[in-house]
Design a binder for this molecule. Sequence first.
Ligand SMILES: Nc1ncnc2c1ncn2[C@@H]1O[C@H](COP(=O)(O)OP(=O)(O)OP(=O)(O)O)[C@@H](O)[C@H]1O
Ligand SMILES: [Mg+2]
Length: 257
Amino acid sequence: MDNHQIELTSYALETHSLNKEFLGFRAICDVNLRVRRGAIHALIGPNGAGKTTMFNLLTKFVSPSSGKILLNGKDITTASPASIAEQGMVRSFQISAIFPEMSVLDNVKIALQKRHRLSRNLFGSAKATQHLDDEAMALLSEVGLSRCARSLAKELPYGQRRSIELAATLAMDPQVLLLDEPTQGMGIEDVDLISRLIKKISANRTIVIVEHNLKVIANISDRVTVLARGSLLAEGTYAEVSKNAAVTSAYIGAAHG
Ligand SMILES: Nc1ncnc2c1ncn2[C@@H]1O[C@H](COP(=O)(O)OP(=O)(O)OP(=O)(O)O)[C@@H](O)[C@H]1O
Ligand SMILES: [Mg+2]
């Protein structure tokens, strides 16, 4: 293996000259993203910068106009969304993916079942159900919800419902986890809860996070990439990019339209 290859594989996720046009509008322009394995890597930028489009591209929800996407050094540019998940990259579920009338435990079991691709029959057998119960309880314990396992999802406050979502996402056993605005709509206590949780679940995983709350980013991220109008504006630690004049003026420019 030459040096070039060794360098490539130290990144969990890379894009090379990634472009996305929507009917002639360049939403993503020549973005070279490099996410180190094991890092919490934030993607920030003003409204319309292209953050969600990047996530859609990375998870193959939309196809790039040109450029490449590599997962663990492997070209996934033309891979299907299902094969991306199989290769260990999972995007956080939306809150609507939680079944409010079901128990917290059953919500996680459904996600586990999906991963194990268990048939209905197997799910019905006592042994398989017990195994899923144990696995689901371990995940609930990881996100601090052991004591709420038997509650209906709808009975939990908002922050804890987002924790169910995280447990369901962890059920997919992701190596690379994409979180799109995990603290959106939360009060300060829930923001702290989810921040701590993200830090905790980042052990042995790579996390890419889009988040508007810059305090959260400052607290938990190892690296930050700043996008503005579809282009990569800056990359570094939070301390570095927050001092970058181009970054501050992009935010101020965006705020003043
Ligand atoms: N399907 C689409 N068709 C046309 N334009 C699109 C489409 N998806 C996104 N865009 C445009 O691409 C640009 C980037 O949008 P995107 O949603 O990725 O931004 P964002 O950084 O996630 O913004 P926000 O912080 O508001 O969530 C915007 O100008 C948006 O209008
Ligand atoms: Mg967005």
